[in-house]
Design a protein around this ligand. Structure first.
Ligand SMILES: Cc1cc2nc3c(=O)[nH]c(=O)nc-3n(C[C@H](O)[C@H](O)[C@H](O)COP(=O)(O)O)c2cc1C
Length: 137
């Protein structure tokens, strides 16, 4: 199995219904492909982690990259894993623009971070801290 984490940018403003539409399809498809993960959205940027068999994950990533709703997908991590980190989620989701998220304990250190390649170029620790925060809350 592998995990793949990428960031990308929405090509337009997304409302909650449009985000939920992506999620609905993702959850249906991912559960059939035994893919799990988490999608974060903040200020027009996506960060997604996909976990599963390498062939399935890479095939899905190619499909996602062709989706005209976003652009500039960049892989920030691709590693072999023995255990899933998001095994309970066919696709977890958090909109980091939500006020409810901003008041989560432990979120304040991420308030000023953006979901971009530059943000995580210094190391992936903060990326995993962010993902784990939402997995555990
Ligand atoms: C940021 C983003 C993340 C996405 N994540 C997934 C995903 O995890 N799984 C999935 O099947 N589709 C995902 N999609 C949607 C795919 O690009 C594509 O529209 C969908 O897989 C098509 O499914 P269908 O052939 O069943 O209609 C995502 C789209 C975007 C913009």
């Amino acid at each position: 199995m592998i995990n793949l984490i990428y960031v990308s940018s929405a090509v337009k403003t997304f409302n909650e219904a449009e985000l939920l539409e992506i999620l609905k399809v993702s959850r249906e498809n991912n559960s059939k492909q035994h893919i799990t993960g988490m999608l974060l959205f903040k200020d027009g940027n996506f960060l997604q982690v996909l976990e599963g068999e390498e062939a399935e994950v890479m095939k899905l990533y190619e499909v996602i990259c062709l989706d005209p709703r976003h652009r500039g997908a960049n892989i920030i991590e691709k590693s072999k894993i023995v255990k899933r980190q998001f095994g309970d989620w066919s696709m977890g989701f958090r909109n980091l623009n939500d006020d409810a998220v901003k008041s989560l304990p432990g979120f304040s250190q991420f308030m000023n971070k953006s979901l971009t390649l530059e943000e995580f170029s210094g190391g992936l620790n903060s990326c995993y801290e962010l993902l784990n925060l939402f997995r555990d809350n």
